[in-house]
Write a protein that binds this ligand. Structure first.
Ligand code: G3D
Ligand code: MG
Length: 162
């Protein structure tokens, strides 16, 4: 077997996940929470971080994509072969939830993501006065999404709760 075959087989056995959301939502913290159950000190992601995690013998290649406005237009370069989208929402950031909503529906309409399932993390549930997962779900009109499997989960990336 040459390297080409190893690369092929590795790709067949690995599920591609992209972690998206606005800057400061908690994407990088969530990635490293998955990776090693510990809080890391993050700095705003320029470009992307990628890590492989293994859960019950299943390999996931997790792409954490920078969320600043200038980077969002390049999200689509990460879409090919994506099976799962993790959308991270900062539950305290009411002002920018409308931008998240726009980005969500833009992704769902993208050809390369038509088979992808979506997990929405309502992150920062430890913050006082944050929106609940139910409020976020209503605002994002998740129940209208019929063409993708989706699930919303409240969490706190700092502690790993949720
Ligand atoms: P991003 O990768 O989506 O841009 P980061 O976001 O993972 O870099 O996190 C942005 C800031 O939010 C970080 O704070 C991080 O510690 C904080 N954060 C992430 N998840 C939670 C959470 O569940 N609760 C609270 N209270 N804070 C969280 P700093 O201060 O390092 O900028
Ligand atoms: Mg980041």
């Amino acid at each position: 077997l040459n390297n080409w075959w190893f690369a092929k087989i590795w790709l067949w056995c690995t599920h591609k996940v992209i972690i998206v959301g606005l800057d400061n939502a908690g994407k990088t913290t969530i990635l490293y929470q998955f990776l090693m159950n510990e809080v890391v000190h993050t700095s705003p992601t320029i470009g992307s971080n990628v890590e492989e995690i293994v859960v019950k013998n299943t390999h996931f290649l997790m792409w954490d994509i920078g969320g600043q406005e200038s980077l969002r237009s390049s999200w689509n370069t990460y879409y090919s072969n994506t099976e799962f989208i993790i959308l991270v929402v900062d539950s305290i950031d009411r002002e920018r939830l409308s931008i998240t909503k726009e980005e969500l529906y833009r992704m769902l309409a993208h050809e390369d993501l038509r088979k992808a399932a979506v997990l929405i993390f309502a992150n920062k549930q430890d913050m006082k006065g944050c929106m609940t997962a139910a409020e976020i779900s209503t605002y994002l009109t998740l129940s209208s999404i019929k063409d993708h499997p989706w699930h919303i989960q409240s969490c706190c990336a700092l502690t790993g709760e949720g």
